[in-house]
Design a protein around this ligand. Structure first.
Ligand code: ZN
Length: 374
């Protein structure tokens, strides 16, 4: 069959509104699944709610060596309050750019690896093969990927390419995100008789003081530096003349690979209890591959002529589905590499530079050849 034109495929999936919430990724997943099935991929649709569908596609495969995984999400973020000058679901072309919500983050990346995979499909039988993991619900905390991991359907992979927007620059990891809510409880009373109550806001405030003074004890990471902690929300009290019996504090921790989330949670629980109880809202570990790993060096080599210079090890500023996939695949080498513009993600009038899509397809093809055919 003819391989799909990656720009046309990008435009086609941009026309499907997959704003999350609610997501409604099913039509997009089925369209891509159809393209892959025609090229001989084995597909599986994995649903985790009405209209919420992940797509898994595999080709080739052998016992000796693990397949190469490409992953990308097909949900997009809401349009935001500012008006768009471009139609967000038309895939409009203008001045070498393709516009639309998800053009950079990251339907261009998904279209690019699907196009590369279809082009090489006829050669991939009896090779390590490919596992394509196309997820729904990434923007709300890698929901789709975690559902697949929990259901044990992710299969195998020996290395992972995450096609998130990097302007085709290969990133070797990203920080983790560990979001917690600290809940304080007390006893309400009339505001004129505070001695009859137990003020939850005072407890939460003491916890905030401890959080501000908290210092990470782990060694800093050579590329990512130290983890960070920020108190992002504080809620407590219903009316001025009552003793509040509830208060809560939202904590946003960005971790580095030298932090174990389970150990950090135990430490914070010890520091903050019994005045507050911690609830985990999001738990995505940091992703990192040492740049000296041969496969990373090979990807850097592939990207050197495209970028015009050898890449240096850098990390992405956002988190990705790799945080979930790496649990299933036991931390294989992982690179974040995609045609979108990182600074365009989640922006008004989001676009992707058209030339970068073709460059990404060529790079992905070479990465597949080196994994499967050499
Ligand atoms: Zn994204």
């Amino acid at each position: 069959m003819n391989a799909p034109n990656p720009l046309l495929l990008t435009q086609e999936i941009l026309r499907l509104n997959t704003i999350n919430p609610p997501g409604n990724e099913e039509a997009c997943a089925r369209l891509l699944g159809g393209v892959l099935e025609q090229a001989g991929f084995r597909t599986r649709y994995h649903s985790f709610g009405p209209g919420r569908v992940n797509l898994l596609a595999e080709i080739g495969g052998e016992d000796e060596r693990l397949p190469l995984c490409f992953t990308g999400h097909i949900d997009v973020v809401p349009l935001g309050a500012a008006p768009w000058k471009k139609e967000p679901f038309a895939g409009e072309l203008d001045n070498g750019r393709v516009y639309g919500r998800g053009s950079s983050d990251m339907k261009s990346g998904v279209a690019a690896f699907v196009a590369a995979a279809v082009r090489l499909a006829p050669h991939l039988a009896r090779t390590p093969g490919l596992t394509l993991v196309i997820t729904a619900g990434e923007e709300t905390g890698c929901e789709g990927a975690f559902h697949m991991h929990r259901d044990g359907v992710l299969g195998r992979a020996g290395a992972v390419v995450v096609a998130e927007p990097t302007s085709n620059y290969p990133f070797v990891g990203h920080k983790g995100a560990f979001w917690l809510n600290a809940h304080a409880r007390g006893v309400t009373a009339h505001g004129s008789m505070p001695e009859k109550g137990d003020n939850a806001v005072y407890k939460a405030a003491r916890a905030v003081g401890k959080l501000e003074a908290f210092r990470f004890g782990n060694p800093p990471h050579p590329l990512m530096g130290q983890a960070t902690l920020n108190v992002g929300t504080f809620h407590g009290g219903l009316n001025i003349n009552s003793v509040p019996d509830r208060a809560s504090v939202g904590i946003d921790i960005r971790t580095v690979p030298t932090v174990r989330h389970s150990e950090l949670l135990a430490l914070l629980t010890q520091e903050l209890s019994p005045e507050v109880e911690l609830e985990t809202l999001m738990d995505l570990e940091a992703v990192y591959t040492d740049p000296s790993v041969p496969w990373i060096q090979s990807v850097f080599e592939v990207m050197t002529p495209i970028l015009g210079a050898a890449p240096t090890p850098r990390i992405a500023s956002y988190f990705t589905d790799a945080a979930a996939l790496n649990q299933a695949y036991r931390n294989p080498p992982t690179v974040i590499l995609g045609p979108g513009e990182a600074q365009m993600a989640h922006q008004t009038d989001e676009y992707c530079v058209v030339d970068r899509i073709g460059q990404a397809v060529a790079a992905y093809e070479e990465i597949i050849r080196r994994w499967c055919l050499s």
